[in-house]
Design a protein around this ligand. Structure first.
Ligand code: HEM
Length: 398
């Protein structure tokens, strides 16, 4: 698995060099070797699903499906079996099982990942309510929410990421076809990140406000990483062992307002320097933030309502999450305002010890909130990875 957290001392999710070369059944044997980018390969089978700890990818699709009425558990199981087979093939750089469209032809797997999750409504639709985890209880309403319910929630959620946009689209279309009449698309969103290799060295990615975003993400090398991000192997319900909960929010950035701020004001809003991500208390990106440091005038170096201060685990009873977003841009409104921002995806063992307490705090008004608008929301139970010969969700659905 291509796990790129913490490369070269950086602490965020970074775009890094691709993994080893792989066989690629769709390419003729005499073809030139794939580039490092094209040959990047994440593993479908494993303890955890792909697309959680893997490095950020250049291109992403989020898509939610609702099951066709009356299909029930059997139809859902057959769908997850089809989807898992297709995901495993495409992530290995092979063609889809049937009627491949040829869109990904000539390219390698390009670090494609496909991740499947179940929404709250999945369990009533399949008669599996008794198996529904308490952690899937609907997120509380936040006062600043401006949610479009048609672009929120859903029975099933699929996250697709790849370092090549055609490879990502190819997977999206193949999975939609696999759904057939068993499920139909409820909503779909497209996102992107910086392309691997665009910077001289692997770096924490920037978002559309220009900030280094991901600096303080939990790292797999930390002793409490698994406990924070994944449901324990012995966790409840048993089918969620080694799984994780994904909170998905379409967060519009009010860029016209944000870009009017001076650099100093922007940095005060976050509490970190824009150029290198260092805390305003000094040092480099990885230097610990000094929460008490004051300037000559006696003011806190990191303002009291700065986003990077307020969201810290030590300010929220230990609440932590792994943020693994995509940026989005869906054109401009009639008034010229960009419809752009962050497809915020965060991963945690329990949303009540991750997203919820932190968002509650932000909702009371951190400095960043007035430049953001939460427009869609989803919470999904993402089961552990499938073993060879197994499909995702089998322990729930069989
Ligand atoms: C940190 C930006 C929304 C939770 C940060 C940092 C930036 C940032 C620049 C500092 C660097 C870093 O550690 O990554 C944004 C933007 C957002 C957004 C642009 C919306 C578009 C959220 C939301 C949450 C959140 C909705 C959770 C409810 C966090 C956490 C940290 C963080 C947990 C790290 C705190 C720490 O451990 O020190 N964010 N953020 N952010 N943000 Fe956000």
């Amino acid at each position: 698995r291509r796990t790129l957290l913490g490369t070269a001392g950086a602490t965020g999710l970074v775009l890094g060099a691709a993994g080893g070369a792989v066989g690629y059944a769709a390419r003729p044997a005499e073809a030139v070797p794939l580039t490092a980018l094209g040959s990047g390969r994440a593993m479908f089978h494993g303890k955890h699903q792909p697309g959680i700890t893997d490095g950020l990818q250049a291109s992403g699709h989020l898509v939610a499906f609702d099951l066709a009425p009356g299909g029930g558990r059997k139809a859902a199981a057959a769908l997850l079996r089809r989807w898992s087979a297709t995901a495993a093939r495409l992530m290995a750089g092979e063609v889809a099982g049937h009627g491949d469209t040829g869109v990904a032809r000539d390219a390698g797997p390009s670090s494609l990942t496909v991740t499947f999750g179940f929404g709250h409504s999945f369990f009533a639709a399949t008669g599996l309510e008794k198996q529904r985890p308490v952690a899937l209880d609907p997120l509380p309403d936040f006062s600043s929410d401006r949610l479009d319910r048609r672009r929120s929630d859903g029975d099933l959620w699929v996250q697709i990421g790849a370092d090549d946009a055609l490879v990502a689209f190819h997977a999206l279309r193949a999975l939609q076809k696999d759904a057939g009449s068993a499920a139909r698309v409820r909503w779909q969103m497209n996102g992107f990140n910086r392309s691997p290799g665009a910077t001289a060295r692997p770096m924490t990615a920037r978002n559309l406000m220009g900030q280094l975003d991901g600096t303080r993400n939990p790292k797999p090398s930390e002793p409490d990483f698994d406990q924070r991000i994944f449901v324990p192997s012995s966790g409840e319900p048993a089918w969620m062992a080694d799984g994780s909960y994904a909170v998905v929010r379409r967060i519009r950035m009010l860029l016209d307002d944000w870009e009017k701020l001076s650099l100093a004001a922007q940095e005060g809003v976050v509490g970190r320097r824009k150029a290198d991500g260092a805390a305003l208390s000094g040092g480099t990106e990885t230097t610990a933030m000094d929460l008490d440091k004051t300037d000559a005038a006696g003011d806190l170096a990191v303002p009291i309502n700065a986003h990077a201060r307020i969201t810290r685990p030590d300010q929220n009873g230990g609440a932590a999450m792994l943020r693994r977003p995509f940026s989005f841009h869906d054109g401009f409104d009639d008034d010229g305002a960009p419809d752009a921002g962050l497809l915020f995806i965060c991963w945690q063992a329990d949303p009540l010890r991750g997203f919820v307490p932190v968002q509650r705090k932000l909702d009371r008004g951190d400095a960043l909130s007035k430049y953001l608008r939460h427009e869609a929301s989803g919470l999904f139970a993402v089961p552990g990875g499938a073993a060879e010969g197994e499909y995702v969700g089998q322990r729930l659905l069989e």
